[in-house]
Design a binder for this molecule. Sequence first.
Ligand SMILES: Cc1ncc(COP(=O)(O)O)c(C=O)c1O
Length: 395
Amino acid sequence: MFKHHSALGLATALRPVQPVTLLRPHAASRAARFFAEKFPGRSLYAVKANPSPDLLQVLWDAGISHYDVASLGEVRLVAETLPEATLCFMHPVKAEEAIAEAYFSHGVRTFSLDTIEELEKIQRATRNAADLNLLVRLRVSSDHSKLSLASKFGAQPSEVKALLMAARQAADALGICFHVGSQAMSPAAYGEAMSRVRDAIVEAAVTVDIVDVGGGFPSWYPGMEPPALETYFEIIHNAFEALPISYSAELWCEPGRALCAEYASVLVRVEKRRGSELYINDGAYGALFDAAHIGWRYPVSLVRDEASDAREMAFSFYGPTCDDLDHMAGPFMLPADVQAGDYIEVGMLGAYGCAMRTGFNGFGIEDRVIVEDEPMASLYTDIPERKRATNVITL
Ligand SMILES: Cc1ncc(COP(=O)(O)O)c(C=O)c1O
């Protein structure tokens, strides 16, 4: 893969026609090392956030040995890319065939579930295996998060006791897991969810070997500036220590976004300007799915040889397809003199950005280049003044 120092060097040298994904392996590695060193337990990477094999390798090299996979496709991908990795199949609703292949062909021993039916499915598919780690997923509130995960999965309090008791019978190791929703803006989300865990353990009176606090750890986006991750870790640690579980119980987490948001940005070209609307060459069917569909805002920066001294103004984006839905409302703050032919770097697209790209309308092609400069924002390091001035504080 090509290497460049920064987006500017690339835009000036190559004037790329397709969007270019700018990869920052050093940023993903830094995030992984942070979790490996500071989270008071084991960190699994939630592969769905960005399944790029290059990224998987970076995370592995930085100390992430366990992977949260949610589909057979992810099981096969990680097993092939990282044959030594431990896979945990954390989707609570799985095809029986997928469970069987995961167990018998790929050595997966850890499965999540939120119903008795799923428990029976896992037992059938694994022919009543005696070496299963079974994690019962509780339904918890998504109140502190920007993206709810509270409706679809998770056993209700009234169902939990019977489920924990049944899973205890079937499991070698019994766990409890939950997901507080993605981009949790307060560590209180985890404190509150851990109270649900405590209630469940007390009511079912079972021995619990694993508590998995899921994903939800935030990253930095315009208008969403979370507290330091250490404050999340502290609340989780204290709540875990206070649970009625054995001294040998393990604490796990499954970050997706927090490990890879800083890994990638995309360099796009402006093809047309209409007032405050910029027609760019990536969009809703590319890396900007969340920007279009849920109004997520990303930091942006005009990439020009000579910095513009025009005042900043709010722009919206149209993507390249023929579809009206291919629209990103933003607002994206850029110098008022942006014009067709300019390049813009859209930052923090490593999680649920690059992973969403489709080939719709023939626009799925991207180039990928490694860059050495810092991401537009970081929860793991201070960002240089130049970046802060143009991308962070002003948004
Ligand atoms: C079971 C599970 N774990 C982990 C994650 C990762 O969440 P996040 O990217 O918010 O950290 C998800 C995301 O949907 C999930 O469903």
